[in-house]
Design a protein around this ligand. Structure first.
Ligand code: DOR
Ligand code: ZN
Length: 332
């Protein structure tokens, strides 16, 4: 059995910088037509100059692959209309991190009062620039995403024309919110469709499955699966593939992030086939995102076949999800 996917898109990707970028960029650019690039570098991407310089480094690292990096800025409440009007030609969206919530997010938002965010959000709304949000409070780890819901409600109501993407949703409460507001959308990762907290910490600790937001309960995973497998038009695939060197994962104080870029499409084929929903994968992996972001990707067909794929132990010093395991689909 074979499946050809037209212009797969990864709507949430960490490509890093420097040597890591060199080591891992190809695993996305070879099999995706484009990706939304996260701006949480050690020094976050906050200026047009930085966006363009980072894009250049990405294109160099992807070595001529047909792949478009969709750039983003790291949200700051000092961004005004004039700046964003100019930035709009260089970016597809702006990513908001609560301060300190995850990797390289120290420069994120501390004050969630509408008044403090208004200047930037109003301008984004007017310029039709989507707001991408890492939606977690600093409460108890299993409640963080649910607690963040009240902020989503507040901005969805205050800025009804602003497209808000709830990034990497993990919780059934987020699924409910998505249904409640027309201007809320969501990305879903591969790993949150496959694992629960039990897989991370129920037996021996699995550092390579540790990420933010942490995987939740069985019923949460089922709610996400229902959205993805049925290709709900408000959701799109965003891998949140987040490489960290092996020694930073297998250490005391393990970094958060699951590296899925090289296995994402084979594993999604396996998952959708298992649920007899392969016909919906094209929408989840590309068409929904084109509609939500109003973008036309580079034309690129990626064919996979149902044949065993033994996943390597590491790619460029990074341990992928399914390392040393077998998947039932592979790239041709
Ligand atoms: O697990 C995560 N890793 N979650 C994030 O939000 C950021 C990411 C990273 O950059 O490593
Ligand atoms: Zn991320």
């Amino acid at each position: 059995m074979k499946l050809t996917l037209n212009s797969p898109l990864d709507m949430h990707l960490h490509l890093r910088d420097g040597q890591m970028l060199q080591n891992i960029a190809k695993y996305s650019s070879s099999c995706f037509a484009g990706a939304i690039i996260m701006p949480n570098l050690i020094s976050p991407v906050t200026t047009i100059k930085e966006v363009e310089a980072y894009k250049k480094r990405i294109l160099k690292a992807t070595g001529g692959d047909e792949f478009e990096p969709f750039m983003t800025l790291f949200f700051q409440n000092s961004y005004d209309y004039k700046f964003l009007k100019e930035a709009k030609d260089h970016i597809k969206a702006i990513k908001l991190y609560p301060s300190g919530i995850t990797t390289n997010s120290q420069g994120g938002v501390n004050n969630f009062e509408i008044d403090s965010l208004k200047q930037t959000l109003e301008a984004m709304s007017e310029l039709e620039l989507p707001l991408l949000v890492h939606g977690e409070t600093n409460g108890f780890v299993l409640d963080r995403e649910r607690e963040f819901g009240s902020f989503y409600e507040k901005i969805a109501k205050a800025f009804p024309k602003l497209k808000i993407v709830m990034e990497h949703i993990t919780d059934k409460a987020s699924v409910k919110l998505l249904e409640k507001f027309d201007n809320l959308y969501a990305t879903i990762t591969l790993h949150h469709l496959l694992i629960t907290l039990d897989d991370v910490a129920g037996g021996l600790l699995k550092p390579h499955l540790f990420c933010k937001p942490i995987a939740k309960r069985y019923e949460d995973k089922e709610a996400l699966l229902d959205l993805a497998l049925n290709a709900n038009p408000k959701v799109m695939f965003g891998s949140d593939s987040a490489p960290h060197p092996k020694n930073k994962k297998e250490s005391c104080g393990c970094a958060a992030g699951v590296f899925t870029a090289p296995v994402a499409l084979p594993a999604l084929c396996e998952l959708f086939e298992k649920h007899h929903k392969l016909e919906n994968l094209q929408k989840f992996i590309s068409s929904n995102a084109r509609e939500i972001y109003k973008l036309t990707p580079i034309q690129k067909n990626i064919t996979l076949e149902k044949k065993e794929f033994s996943v390597p132990q590491n790619y460029g010093g990074v341990v992928p999800m399914f390392a040393g395991e077998k998947l039932s689909w592979r790239y041709i």
